[in-house]
Design a protein around this ligand. Structure first.
Ligand code: ATP
Length: 319
């Protein structure tokens, strides 16, 4: 193995740049040549590939987003698209790849491995919805962004004695809502992994009001409902002077936290170790604070499990 390629694919996440940098730095240390591939699998097929010079990486560890850009390119699910990508790898003499993205991207990565180009995947997504990893790159930054926003909303909720429904991202996973809810002392957390009973929530809010605690934050995972819809349903159960707020895409951006940078660095470093051992088709994770790997196909059969102890704990805090 002499030349490796790196691409980012699917939804962007803070810390992707730190991961690219780590992969490249470790690769240079091993005497490898490194190529950046722009726009994920779309750029691979289009040949948007360039040598990644060391200087390019200098200011990247602290930058949000991905300087290799990301794109969705469904055509890569077809063999035709994959073969076009292989042609480009041959043209540039790239022997192996690192793909940073979500589980969709892992499918693309596995196809490349099956075509003889060892590819290792790093979990880059704010949703934390990838199996066999306790945390994904970007989750911690998005969480801190959500917490910062909710703390601000709490101030105005307190001033006006209002109930705020705050929608956070996470797709079908409740992780962002669970962690942000606990971290901001939310009076209720609503996640796709658990059913909710609006009647009970309304009764809880009424009881709080009687006890003199007359503002509340409901942290809602986007996988359940929109903040507006949830608020409309809540309003049918009582007058809470409620407001709906969606934090939105700001959760996808921003300077990555130290935790995300370190996680990205460890995972990027490990990706090169696996490739040097001639391994591919593997997804890297962090489990019980150790960097691990699993065959990608195992991830497709497995579901991510949110930490629902947080949910139960938060309910007890608000009993
Ligand atoms: P996120 O969860 O953050 O959105 P993701 O990696 O799951 O990230 P997807 O849009 O599902 O995002 O996939 C990213 C890209 O991976 C697709 O646009 C496509 O190029 C490639 N891809 C997805 N599924 C497959 C597949 N079955 N076979 C080959 N390539 C695929």
């Amino acid at each position: 193995m002499k030349k490796i390629g790196i691409l980012t694919s699917g939804g962007d996440a803070p810390g992707m740049n730190a991961a690219i940098r780590a992969v490249a730095r470790r690769a240079y240390a091993e005497g490898l040549e490194v190529y950046g591939i722009n726009y994920g699998f779309a750029g691979l097929v289009a040949g948007d590939i360039f040598p990644l010079d060391e200087e390019v990486l200098n200011d990247k560890i602290a930058r949000g987003g991905t300087f290799l850009y990301s794109a969705r390119y469904p055509e890569f699910a077809k063999v035709e698209g994959q073969l076009k990508g292989i042609e480009q790898l041959k043209k540039f003499g790239i022997d192996a790849l690192v793909v940073i993205g979500g589980d969709g991207s892992y499918h693309g990565a596995l196809r490349l491995t099956e075509h003889g180009y060892n590819t290792v995947g790093l979990p880059g997504t704010i949703d934390n919805d990838i199996p066999y990893t306790d945390f994904t790159i970007g989750f911690d930054t998005a969480l801190n962004t959500a917490v910062d926003a909710i703390d601000k909303i709490r101030d105005t909720a307190t001033s006006h004695r209002r109930v705020f429904v705050v929608e956070v991202m996470g797709r079908n996973a409740g992780d962002l809502a669970l962690w942000a809810g606990v971290a901001t002392g939310a009076e209720a957390i609503i996640v796709p992994e658990r059913d909710y009973d609006m009647d009970k929530i309304a009764k809880r809010l009424e009881r709080f009001r009687e006890e003199g605690h007359d503002n509340a934050i409901i942290v809602l995972a986007e996988g359940v409902a929109t903040a507006a819809d949830f608020k409309a349903e809540l309003d049918k159960h009582g007058d809470f002077d409620s407001r709906a707020n969606t934090i939105g895409h700001m959760q996808r951006g921003g300077v990555p936290t130290a935790r995300d940078r370190v996680l990205a660095s460890k995972m990027g470093n490990y990706a090169i170790e696996l490739l040097l051992q001639g391994k591919g088709g593997l997804a890297i994770g962090i489990e019980d604070n150790k960097i691990t790997h699993h065959p990608m196909e195992d991830l497709f059969d497995e579901k991510h499990h949110a930490d629902l102890d947080l949910y139960d704990m938060n309910n007890k805090f608000n009993q």
